[in-house]
Design a protein around this ligand. Structure first.
Ligand code: AMP
Length: 220
């Protein structure tokens, strides 16, 4: 296995909402130790704290729309400048071509080029099923699925926090998020294919099967 895989994994985890980016990121962090940069998590935290960014982002997020590029680009750049030297697993960023271009510029300035963009592919009917059954701990963010909840279905087994449904996992918002993804984010597949860094993974099946495919692809 290559040295960089153990020390400085530098990847984008790419895919539609519900593809399992957060879950695979968790497993990759355990294995490779690279910092996780999720713009969705950072924005949710900003909303919860009621910061200026949170106030601006909230209405877009609830409707399942994209937060303006200017806001997320700034968030991602700041985070990369802070932690990028230890590697990075970008999750949910970039989502538009201008974001990808801004990322290229920022990574060139930091001299931390991307190793790969790992794209997780899941058919749309499966995504709808996953998103509508998804629950999350409001304390630590641990993901759960209806049908596989702890004995007390409202209490997180890791931190004891309350298990809830994300506002943007409500059916109307899910529909919108998938449409937004198809229109604004899928052009990035060609963008990264043309840059020669795209790795496409079949992300159906069990979490461990998908992880096995991701690790095998990264080792090549
Ligand atoms: P996620 O947890 O990645 O699904 O993100 C949740 C929501 O945060 C998205 O539906 C968007 O409203 C917003 N968001 C997260 N990342 C981005 C991004 N890169 N560009 C624009 N909006 C984003």
């Amino acid at each position: 296995m290559l040295y960089w895989l153990y020390t400085r994994l530098r990847i984008v985890l790419f895919g539609p909402p519900g593809a399992g980016k957060g879950t695979q990121a968790g497993l990759l962090i355990e294995k490779y130790g690279a910092p996780h940069i999720s713009t969705g998590d950072i924005l949710r935290e900003a909303v919860a704290k009621g910061t200026e960014i949170g106030k601006e982002a909230q209405s877009y997020m609830t409707k399942g729309e994209l937060v303006p590029d200017r806001v997320v680009i700034e968030i991602a750049k700041q985070k990369l400048a802070e932690v990028g030297k230890s590697g990075y697993i970008l999750d949910g960023f970039p989502r538009t071509v201008p974001q990808a271009e801004a990322l290229d510029t920022a990574l060139a300035e930091l001299e931390l080029p991307l190793d790969a963009v790992v794209s997780l592919a899941v058919p749309e009917d499966e995504l709808v099923k996953r998103l509508s059954g998804r629950r999350v701990c409001s304390g630590c963010g641990a993901p759960y699925m209806v049908g596989n909840l702890p004995e007390d279905p409202e209490k997180c087994s890791s931190c004891g926090g309350k298990i809830v449904q994300r506002a943007d996992d409500e059916p109307e918002s899910v529909k919108n998020r998938l449409q937004v993804y198809a229109k604004q984010t899928t052009p990035l597949l060609d963008y990264y294919r043309n840059h020669g860094v795209l790795i496409e993974i079949d992300a159906t099946g069990s979490i461990n099967d998908v992880f096995g495919r991701v690790v095998a692809a990264l080792s090549k």
